[in-house]
Design a protein around this ligand. Structure first.
Ligand code: SF4
Length: 507
């Protein structure tokens, strides 16, 4: 079998820079798709948190819960346990949940309460010190904290704390919160409320002392967290898919600006801030969360199917097959196929076992374009006009690679349909995005992007189409969604000196 690694036909390269007019011949589909190489094109998941209050198997439940949240962060993970009045036991490590924890390790994490964390990877901050939960000693005893999200005004608060004597060991926002709590003269819950009231950003926190567990979300509800029950125990998680694996029952979402306190006396549901404009991250619906998760009453698979249906209504194109870029766009591709009657096919396959590898392809194999992460199914796409559904275009590099994979496998036409409006602005709430100037939609028209990704046609789902597909509450501003990266209309102030975009609190 010959593998084509040369130039694309001139009909497909009109307007493309020379480097992009070639088939991609890297070691694997996502090679260089990271910040360090300046090639990041897919958005990075944020982080995932998981908590248990009042179950004898708290560590083991956390293990399975974090495993179900693994897609939110693959770089490091950790679990900290506590029994009422007992000691903290914790372990953190670099790698996947199944790599970091074994039976002996879990057995050592005794206690009925636990908080755990999975963290995504960013270049430069890849070290154990940033793995969570972070554990501190303060005048009230031990304190464990983990979070998902980003504090926009963290640099200001950090500077104030440093100027008044605080010494930080990590670059994490989480440590800033711990210092704010530790320096307050008030009791734990009031100290936490005061600290949260100063924060601006998108965040979901779990905080644990020896006998208290606290869960809280930002006043806009940007970062999701759900509460469940397992027998008499309470469970908290970034996504409801983690309840399914441990047999917990979903109770409700943690509300924007809410703080839930669990201790010996039971559960207290309070507010530390009034409800602001509710603004759940739209990318959770489009891309981040697992399709078997629900946010509120909305199931993610169903929402993505409706996005595909909406795309079909807005941008029908005559084609032979519809395929989705795995995994996040398969639901939408099914929706597009159902709406148009064009058959859904598995035109692209993702190899799920491409974690860390120490074996690099030889030069000879590299030249043959060995693709480890994503493959086009030649017998499915060959000679076909393909509609390819994807969730977003960030820099354009990955989209170009995937379109070229399909062409290389013999697709006659590739029509790209995106289940979100153009991603033209950075995120300030914990999604790792490149600088604005590197977002292809910030400077190029749709037609220019079409050329840059080598597609025959390109369409982005409209904002009204997205809102209709997600189906949030009518009457709320943007139906309760944050659309900042599409519209440049953010639900909080973001213009601070040193305001942090593009990173997660976990950093
Ligand atoms: S700016 Fe975009 S990625 Fe960030 S929270 Fe809002 S919708 Fe999500």
């Amino acid at each position: 079998m010959s593998v084509r690694t040369g130039e694309l036909p001139s009909s497909q390269t009109e307007g493309l820079p020379a480097a992009e007019a070639r088939f991609w011949t890297g070691d694997y589909y996502n090679q260089g798709n990271d910040q360090a190489s300046g090639m990041m094109d897919k958005l990075k998941e944020e982080c995932g948190v998981f908590g248990v209050f009042g179950h004898k198997d708290a560590a083991e439940l956390s293990y399975y819960g974090l495993h179900a949240l693994q897609h939110r962060g693959e770089e490091s993970c950790g679990i900290c346990t506590s029994d009422l009045g007992g000691d903290f036991h914790y372990h953190r490590g670099m790698g996947l949940v199944k790599e970091v924890f074994d039976r002996d390790r879990l057995d050592s994490l005794v206690g009925a309460n636990a908080i755990g964390h999975v963290r995504y990877s960013t270049a430069g901050a890849s070290r154990l010190a940033n793995a969570q939960p972070l554990v501190f000693k303060y005048r009230g005893g031990d304190l464990a904290v983990c979070t998902n999200g980003n504090l926009v005004n963290e640099p200001i608060i950090r500077r104030e704390l440093e100027e008044s004597g605080s010494i930080f060991q990590t670059t994490s926002d989480t440590e800033v919160i711990a210092h704010m709590i530790a320096r307050s003269p008030k009791d734990l819950v009031e100290a936490v409320k005061d600290a949260f009231a100063r924060l601006i950003g998108g965040f979901a926190f779990l905080i644990m002392t020896k006998d208290v567990l606290i869960a809280a979300c930002d006043p806009n509800g940007l970062r999701p967290m759900v509460m469940g029950r397992l027998g008499d125990a309470y469970i908290f998680a970034s996504e409801s898919c983690s309840f399914e694996v441990i047999g917990a029952e979903y109770v409700r979402d943690v509300l924007p600006g809410e703080i839930i306190v669990l201790d010996r006396s039971g559960i207290r549901e309070e507010r530390y801030a009034v409800l602001q404009r509710r603004s759940v991250c739209a990318m959770e619906y489009i891309y981040f969360a697992r399709p078997d998760s629900d946010i509120g009453t909305i199931n993610l698979h169903s929402a993505r199917k409706r996005m595909g249906q909406q795309l079909a209504l807005e941008s029908f194109v005559d084609a032979d097959i519809v395929t989705g870029v795995p995994d996040s766009s398969i639901s939408a591709a099914i929706g597009y196929a159902e709406q148009t009657g064009i058959p859904y096919e598995l035109g692209l396959i993702k190899n799920k076992y491409t974690g860390r590898t120490f074996i690099q392809p030889s030069q000879e194999l590299r030249e043959k374009g060995v693709k480890m992460k994503l493959s086009a199914v030649r017998k499915v796409v060959q000679g076909k006009r393909v509609v390819m559904i994807d969730d977003s275009i960030v820099r354009g590099t990955t989209s170009l690679r995937i379109v070229n994979l399909l062409r290389e496998a013999g697709a006659l036409e590739v029509h790209v349909r995106i289940t979100s409006p153009p991603f033209a602005n950075p995120c300030y709430y914990g999604i790792d995005t490149p600088d604005r100037r590197d977002l292809i939609a910030s400077s190029k028209t749709v037609e220019e992007i079409r050329k840059a990704i080598n597609a025959d046609s390109l369409y982005f789902l409209s904002k009204p189409g997205l809102l209709e597909a997600v189906g949030g509450a009518e009457g709320e501003y943007d139906r309760g969604l944050c659309l900042g990266c599409f519209t440049n209309d953010y639900p909080t102030p973001v213009e601070f000196e040193d305001a942090k975009a593009t990173s997660c609190s976990c950093d």
